[in-house]
Write a protein that binds this ligand. Structure first.
Ligand SMILES: C[S@@+](CC[C@H](N)C(=O)[O-])C[C@H]1O[C@@H](n2cnc3c(N)ncnc32)[C@H](O)[C@@H]1O
Length: 398
């Protein structure tokens, strides 16, 4: 064993200790996988978050070429390492910090193993993974269950090719597919487990069709307002999956086909004009509800087709706009000098009335955390609900 290999092995051991200490890692089998899978082969280069001027986030490239010891240590940190920005920029493409939106990464190892523990696998469990990313989580599953039981699909061709190469280098040979994971991988179905490391607004019917009855689906449910909840659903005999949200503040990048089309300048100016002419009232709930994890989730359930933007016009106050581009409905929330907010609403859907009703129900129920919500889907209608003293309250997405 070279010094480099010995160092990497000791870093893996330390990572496993750390994950066990913080309560993410429990089973000896997953511990063995963490100790064996060389994460550094899956993150030969990545981006590190840094502060840019005026509070802008920049991403600095890190690779083994410049400072191998530092890179190796970072590779085994319990941190998410971003590997692609804006769907095309890789660390290889840049020498200086750059701006961009993360579009692929190696997920935080603590979260990866937490999700793997939730899968509750046996030695012969078959798994479909959506979002291969770097291939690190795929490799952990191959180590634990064997290559032949793992299928992983990645939408981005470049990301998929890098993952395939890294998995080969690390000695793993799962069934890899480059394509849209929302369709699943029917050729190898049914699976005992489906695990997604990208989030979805709506759980696709294909996943239900491809999960064995009694099997499990683990996926982060999101939307377009930045709310997230990690959901664990068990598959019934009737083609319906039902389950609950798990504790914690888990977020993943949204599955690419379910990302919203951005609000266009035209849509925004139509909304501005309609809102200028709209009547106003004092808001009961302010946009600062977004500072609350479950509050954001509730707002998103109530406004499933809305997007949010915060804009200051001509140096004025920061105004928060909610816009539903499908119907052109909009709401604006303007801060008042003495505190509180004024809301204006336009269009067919009174967006903020709906948001306030949902938040009122949630508050009356004691502002429960995300793990008090439940979920059920037949692939057509996805229902999320909360049991309250007045009975269940649910929100549907079709
Ligand atoms: C957080 S990363 C995956 C992390 C990965 N499990 C790891 O350990 O490296 C999410 C990945 O999901 C992929 N993705 C997004 N939408 C997808 C889709 N519809 N089907 C398959 N993969 C998708 C992204 O390209 C990205 O690589």
């Amino acid at each position: 064993m070279t010094d480099h290999d010995a160092h990497a092995a000791s870093l893996r051991h330390a990572l496993a200790d750390e994950l066990q200490r913080v309560g993410e890692l429990h089973s000896p089998q997953w511990r063995r996988a963490v100790e064996r899978v060389p994460r550094h082969l899956f993150v030969p280069e990545f981006f590190r978050w840094t502060d840019g001027p005026n509070g802008v986030t920049l991403w600095a490239p890190v690779s083994g070429d410049h400072d191998p010891d530092r890179w190796l240590e970072l590779a085994y940190r319990d941190e998410t390492w971003v590997t692609q920005l804006d769907r095309h920029i890789t660390p290889h493409d840049v020498t200086e910090p750059v701006s961009g939106d993360p579009t692929s990464s190696s997920t935080l190892p603590g979260l990866v193993v937490r999700m793997l523990e939730y899968l509750a696998v046996a030695d012969d469990t078959t798994v479909l993974e959506i979002g291969t990313g770097t291939g690190y989580s795929t490799a952990l599953m191959c180590d634990r269950l064997g290559d032949g039981r793992i299928t992983s699909i990645e939408v981005d061709p470049g990301v998929a090719a890098n993952a395939a190469a890294a998995l080969r280098r690390a000695g793993f040979a799962p069934n890899l597919v480059n394509g849209d994971g929302l369709d699943g991988v029917p050729g190898r179905a049914p699976y005992d487990r489906v695990i997604a490391t990208c989030s979805v607004r709506k759980i696709p019917r294909a996943w239900l069709d491809q999960t064995r009855s009694g099997g499990r689906i683990l996926v982060t449910v999101t939307g377009w307002l930045g709310g997230y909840g990690l959901a664990m659903l068990d598959m019934g005999d009737d083609g319906v999956a039902e389950g609950r949200f798990l504790p914690g503040t888990v977020s993943f990048m949204i599955a690419r086909p379910q990302a919203p089309s951005p609000i266009s300048d035209d849509q925004m100016s139509t909304a501005f004009k309609a809102l200028t002419e709209a009547t106003s009232r004092a808001a009961v709930v302010g946009p600062d509800i977004r500072q609350d994890w479950a509050g954001t989730f509730v707002t998103q359930l109530a406004l499933p087709a809305a997007q949010v933007k915060t804009i200051s016009i001509d140096g004025g106050p920061l105004i928060t706009y909610y816009v539903d581009t499908a119907t052109g409905s909009a709401a604006s929330l303007t801060p008042e000098p003495g505190g509180g907010w004024t809301v204006r609403q336009s269009g067919r859907i009174r967006l903020w009335d709906d948001a306030e009703s949902a938040v009122a129900i949630w508050r009356r129920a004691g502002s429960p955390e995300i793990d008090q919500f439940r979920i059920r889907t037949d692939g057509h209608e996805q229902r999320v609900w909360l049991d309250t003293d007045d009975g269940p309250v649910s929100w549907s997405l079709r």
